[in-house]
Design a protein around this ligand. Structure first.
Ligand SMILES: Cc1ncc(COP(=O)(O)O)c(C=O)c1O
Length: 454
């Protein structure tokens, strides 16, 4: 059978769910066999359909199925795959030059991306940025900068944190399986403190903010020493750890503690940043101004780019030549970032993310009312989740989570799971998704919960 798949993707793809085979279909299964013979086992797939085109709110596979996308390639393609301005700028750039290395001979695109990041990140103080290839690399560099600028060694991270898979970022990441298991020893001078996780806070959600702040400060004081602490790194809404939203006041409380003790506050906005939560950055909801901000994922519509942006005096503390890398801030990735950032501003994607939240949250709460498997509905804008528990308590239910995800996939809705206990379904639709698709996706989710054994 010859399958007709579109020659181009992007926003012109029909915005429809269309299933023409089982999921995965025969063409994907054939490719999966080749993949198993050629690609390392350590890389896994949420849904083994092989993609041939994507755009707006859909992904088209090698069998001609068109799936609704509630994942955005893990919070990356917020502007939609192959967004118009991205394609245009990347095409122009790739025809002009592909690489000189910014450390060898610079180019304007890199500077423009840094100017944009300096303008968009919270705070009107003097800022500088540096660009890298991946989120993990941005986090590593934020740590390097914080240590250099403060002359202190210790980095404080949180339970349920995820900051990447390199050696230092594995040390910062909390979860053992699959991220850390048998990959140690890990980098030193990393200290972990409890996260303000309302659903699971021992004293209950009402005590969470105050108790968590007291515990964090006390642990840093007694076990690390404020004067030894270079930085506290936190995701404003934790991503892989389970879309954990700290209670109001927790992030401002941390920021105040950091200010008092000359500790650098690093906001890891790699998943929550760039319009995803309905504002430019996750910390904007509480007007927190971090000292350093890491960005990646949503910045360049899938081209590898990441940034560290922060106070000029911290960023410029490092000696010339101390930061860099061959590909960091590659000109094509910078062109993609400029196309993405322009799209976010001109099409008000923060507003679109808020609208997605306004549509999805009430529907998710309705589903939760009918399904005892849902213990919590949370998130902001287009970064939303439901946490699955055993009925009547808060014991995590990863099996039910996997069953709901599987049912969604079979019905043509791509959803992702996450969470320390593997019991969270997270929803990260592209901010440009149309409302009919969004609504259809929610209907599929509703049916998937209804299909759980009672
Ligand atoms: C908050 C956060 N930090 C860091 C990373 C690592 O980014 P990358 O996979 O680009 O290295 C991720 C990736 O999921 C993330 O969500």
């Amino acid at each position: 059978m010859t399958v007709q798949t579109p020659a181009v993707g992007g926003p012109s793809l029909p915005q429809e769910r269309r299933l023409v085979t089982e999921i995965p279909g025969p063409a994907s299964k054939e490719l999966l066999e080749r993949r198993q013979r050629s690609v390392a086992r350590g890389l896994s797939h949420v849904l083994p359909v092989f993609v041939t085109a994507a755009g707006g709110g859909v992904i088209v596979d090698a069998d001609g199925n068109s799936l609704i996308d509630f994942g955005s390639g893990i919070a990356v393609t917020g502007v939609g795959n192959s967004a118009e301005r991205v394609v245009q700028r990347v095409t122009e750039q790739v025809a002009r030059f592909t690489h000189t290395c910014f450390m060898v001979a610079p180019y304007e695109g890199y500077v423009e991306v840094c100017e944009e990041l300096n303008r968009l990140t919270p705070g009107d103080h003097d800022k500088r940025s540096a660009l890298f290839n991946s989120g993990a690399e941005a986090v590593e560099n934020a740590v390097k900068i914080a240590r250099y600028a403060t002359g202190r060694p210790a980095i404080v991270t949180f339970d349920h944190a995820y900051h990447g898979r390199t050696n230092l970022t594995m040390a910062l990441t909390a979860k053992n399986m699959p991220y850390k298991h048998r990959f140690g020893p890990f980098a030193g001078e990393v200290y972990r403190v409890p996260m303000a996780y309302p659903l699971r806070w021992p004293g209950g959600p009402e005590r969470c903010r105050e108790d968590a702040l007291t515990t964090v400060k006390s642990l840093i004081h007694t076990q690390v020493g404020e004067e030894n602490t270079a930085a506290i790194i936190i995701e404003p809404i934790q991503g892989e750890g389970g879309f954990i939203v700290p209670p109001d006041g927790f992030l401002p409380g941390l920021a105040e503690f950091c200010r008092e003790h000359g500790i650098v506050l690093i906001a890891d906005e790699i998943q929550s940043g760039l319009c995803r939560t309905g504002d430019w950055f996750g910390v904007d909801h509480e007007q927190v101004v971090p000292d350093l901000v890491t960005t990646a994922k949503g910045i360049a519509d899938g081209l590898p780019l990441a940034g560290v942006t922060g106070r000029a005096e911290l960023m410029d503390a490092v000696h010339p030549g101390g930061l860099g890398g061959t590909y960091g801030g590659n000109p094509i990735a910078c062109a993609a970032a400029l196309g993405s950032l322009e799209t976010m501003a001109k099409e008000d994607l923060a507003g679109k993310a808020r609208r997605i939240g306004d549509i999805m949250l009430p529907r998710l709460r309705q589903i939760a009312e009918r399904s005892p498997a849902i213990g919590d509905v949370r998130g902001r804008g287009a970064m939303l989740a439901v946490e699955l528990v055993r009925p009547g308590g808060i014991e995590p239910d990863p099996a039910a989570t996997a069953a709901v995800a599987r049912a969604c996939h079979q019905a043509g809705l791509l959803v992702l799971t996450c969470g320390t206990f593997g019991n969270v379904l997270r929803f990260l639709p592209p901010m440009v998704i149309g409302e009919p698709l969004l609504s259809e996706g929610l209907g599929i989710l509703d049916d998937a919960f209804a299909g759980l054994p009672g």
